[in-house]
Design a protein around this ligand. Structure first.
Ligand SMILES: Cc1cc2nc3c(=O)[nH]c(=O)nc-3n(C[C@H](O)[C@H](O)[C@H](O)COP(=O)(O)OP(=O)(O)OC[C@H]3O[C@@H](n4cnc5c(N)ncnc54)[C@H](O)[C@@H]3O)c2cc1C
Ligand code: SF4
Length: 327
């Protein structure tokens, strides 16, 4: 590893000042330090932000405000998360291992980088995300874990987070701070699609940071869950995952929010499926048709072609489960 200086921030103001001087933020280090060991990341200076807000508070309207330094394990275990937002608890628990969840922070989870093997192979592979314009060895290579929606000719990497999929379905907003001041942004608008610049991954400007995540109140009468399909029972990233919240009244879909993981370069809000479902009959046939609508424009690389059917079935099955109807 290259020499790196380390400082620990004790206040938001100090973290922003250090970041303004060029320090790179450090959460639990479970992603960043790994990439530093591999030579993919080479920060000259780190500012540890794990001493900042790690509280989870109820907001006046019944939502939650989660400090960016909150550990993933603390999110999954918190009584307010478990009782009001069990989908978020389940998605968080589905990620990584207990040891990693004890270290990893929610700010770091939102900012974690793709697990594309070629991206991580700094010494031997071409990658447009690491070195813009250099090429993409994933295309024509091992592409089982890659994306099927939202890709470009420059990059087909998928976003790895479980937690962010639930946050996207919950319409969470990120509280950001930086040289231009404080602002909030829906998480669905935070991560960028690759287009011709896969190295530009998110909406943070230099010196900016994530301060907190706000989750709005859940809809009344809504049922929700998170379902993750992976190669092993634990400790594996999603091939496909689905977070969904569904409200059915008199046999019809009153409200629905769906997000998909493992299939796109960002947590993927399934807006087409939602639109197809709202106001219609809450039946297995309607859920399957909505999944088809969402996946109609999938362009899978050969090794990930199986994900189209897998995503279709996982989404439809979860909605059937939530509706309480027979599969
Ligand atoms: C073996 C293994 C398996 C895993 N499996 C899964 C899985 O199944 N599902 C899943 O979702 N994740 C998985 N992960 C990823 C893990 O969840 C992430 O590594 C973790 O969430 C990153 O959090 P961190 O606090 O350690 O971030 P760090 O590694 O400290 O930082 C990651 C990035 O976030 C930036 N950052 C940190 N805090 C902030 C902030 N407040 N504002 C702005 N930027 C910030 C850092 O600068 C860095 O770029 C796995 C990781 C490992 C090592
Ligand atoms: S898919 Fe994206 S991250 Fe992976 S090698 Fe290609 S450009 Fe790099």
């Amino acid at each position: 590893m290259n020499p790196t200086t380390y400082r620990r921030a004790t206040s938001l103001e100090q973290a922003l000042a250090f970041a303004g001087e060029g320090d790179r933020l450090l959460g639990g280090g479970t992603n960043l330090v790994d990439l530093m060991r591999k030579g993919v990341e080479r920060p000259a200076a780190l500012v540890d932000v794990t001493g900042l807000s790690d509280t989870i508070e109820a907001t006046a309207d019944g939502g939650l405000l989660i400090g960016a330094a909150t550990r993933n394990a603390a999110v999954a275990a918190h009584p307010l998360v478990r009782t009001r937002f069990s989908m978020l608890a389940r998605a968080t628990l589905a990620g990584a291992s207990a040891q990693i969840r004890n270290m990893a922070t929610v700010g770091g989870n939102v900012m974690q980088r793709t697990r594309c093997l070629y991206f991580q192979d700094e010494a031997g592979s071409r990658c447009n995300k690491r070195v813009p314009g250099s090429g993409c060895d994933a295309q024509g290579g091992f592409d089982r874990y890659h994306a099927i929606l939202g890709t470009s000719s420059a990059c087909i990497a998928s976003h790895p987070s479980d937690m962010c999929v639930a946050l996207a379905a919950l319409d969470a907003r990120l509280h950001l701070a930086g040289p231009a001041g404080a602002r909030t942004l829906p998480i669905v608008d935070f991560h960028r699609l690759p287009r011709d610049r896969p190295d530009l991954e998110h909406a943070l400007a230099p010196g900016d940071m994530i301060v907190a995540i706000e989750v709005p109140p859940a809809g009344s009468g809504a049922r929700s869950d998170y379902r993750k399909v992976r190669d092993r029972a634990s400790y594996a990233f999603a091939l496909v995952s689905v977070a969904a919240e569904l409200t059915v009244r008199d046999g019809r879909v009153d409200e629905v929010r769906i997000a998909l993981g493992g299939i796109a370069p960002k947590p993927w809000r399934a807006l087409r499926a939602e639109q197809a479902l709202r106001g219609g009959a809450a039946t297995a046939e309607a859920f399957a048709a909505a999944a088809d609508a969402e996946l109609a424009e999938a362009t899978p690389p050969p090794g990930a072609a199986f994900k189209v059917e897998l995503a279709r079935r996982t989404m439809a099955a979860l909605l059937v489960q939530l509706s309480g109807s027979a599969a």
